[in-house]
Design a protein around this ligand. Sequence first.
Ligand code: AMP
Length: 546
Amino acid sequence: MLQGLMQDRPLLISSLIEHAARFHSQAEIVSRTCEGPMHRCTYADIGRRAKRVANALSGLGVATGDRIATLAWNGYRHMELYYGVSGMGAVLHTINPRLFPEQVEYIVRHAEDRFVFFDLSFVPLIEKLAQAATGVRAFVLMTDRAHLPECDIPGLLCYEDLLAAASDEYEWPQFDEHTASSLCYTSGTTGNPKGVLYSHRSSVLHSWAACAADGLGIGAAETLLLVVPMFHVNAWGMPYAGAMSGARLVMPGPALDGRSVYELLRAEKVTLALGVPTVWLMLLQHVEASGLRPKEELCLRRVVIGGSSAPRAMSECFETQFGAFVVHAWGMTEMSPVGTVCNLLPKHQGYTLEQRLTVQEKQGRAIYGVEMKVVDDDGRRLPHDGRTAGHLLVRGPWITSGYYREAGQDLLDADGFFDTGDVATIDADGYMQITDRAKDVIKSGGEWISSITLENAAIAHPAVAEAAVIAAAHDKWQERPLLIIVRKPGQTLTRDEMLQFLQGKVANWWIPDDVAFVHELPHTATGKLHKLRLREMFRDYRLPGG
Ligand code: AMP
């Protein structure tokens, strides 16, 4: 084989911040802090302080491969840790603080975290954790001395003191690009959380794909609002993509309510915002309740929605009230996370809004680097006809090959594909549409009913705030759909009105057998509907005629 003659430079996370600090030195990182005020700094500042982090960690005896945990919101200090920890060759372990304390404790032990960095909001959680997590050498509170609270955490260190004592002279080490860079546990609804261990190479490649025009289209002209948390799949890789492209970043800290998010969108002239549907729901409710005029007040051009399906009604609302295009995207922790993005093709140019929204309901086309297939129960490939639903499998350089420290796993099929656990169709243009999680599909008389399709149809009703569909046991059909609704405040929607509304919108035999009304729906730590808990809540529920 004739070898090419190109330079062999490792793809390292430190190269991203080096690039940003040099070529986008004045681009801003704006953070709402836990202490209260807004904070502004630049990529150059983050670059310098990340070097202090690396020096400080070296001084604390941190070695290559050591796991350094964070329990923190989106903010500049978290970003400094992203670069300081991974850049020096240690592993940044971002923990989701919304998990149950026992799960956090399990994760810290399983990962064998050496140091835990945390925000002021999590003092009570860390006080408990400090008793149990005996392997942790020290806890570091991400604030300055003036804000250190009275608390019961032995040997507590102060972040700003550590940085002040460290030099910002540091040469980022060069090492194999396959070295582990960060670790994120999936918040599985059953069993213990499982660790996905990213590498420098996978993170940099994913970042390139995310920046690409038909990826998430990120460049120096954009101002990004990272509503998606940095403790969930590295905020969809945006802290890396931001540095790669020089995009201005806005970090909301702990304030994710509709009013706070709207205020940031307005004050910081955000052009592209990224988050899961539950936070957008809060934003849309705030806009409706307060009679705001987002189209006139905001500069928002695009909203990336992923993590759960983006309902048509939500995309329509962003389009008509905000003048913003919804970019529907799909992925998972195991995929770094981006797999598909719903951008449009030239053939869609003359489409009416109605027709275009039908395209935008799909999760989109695979970005370069992600291979996809849908297969039947026996692993045989299914046609890309937009109708035949099957198990969705993926392969690519930023997709996991196994979970961290899980013995005896064989995650991939014979061709190296990973089973996502999702059920999907792919159409002739390559647009993939998730119809369900495999375990949430409603199996009615041997046929599958998509709970997501029903939920999206139900949420289009103006009186519905949120909708969930689960399988309820049925004597004749084994399972039938039960629709569970949260009404908008002051609305009086009845069961029959709801079912009537669905007529003609979904196949007749998909119409749920019953509707239950609740005040709120349970969600997982990453904002998805908690179907397992819903099924438990409705375990004794009897369908009419079931
Ligand atoms: P997580 O690893 O927590 O990010 O969850 C990944 C899972 O979220 C996927 O396997 C899907 O089931 C679901 N998911 C992510 N994005 C979407 C989307 N756009 N539409 C429907 N489900 C999604």
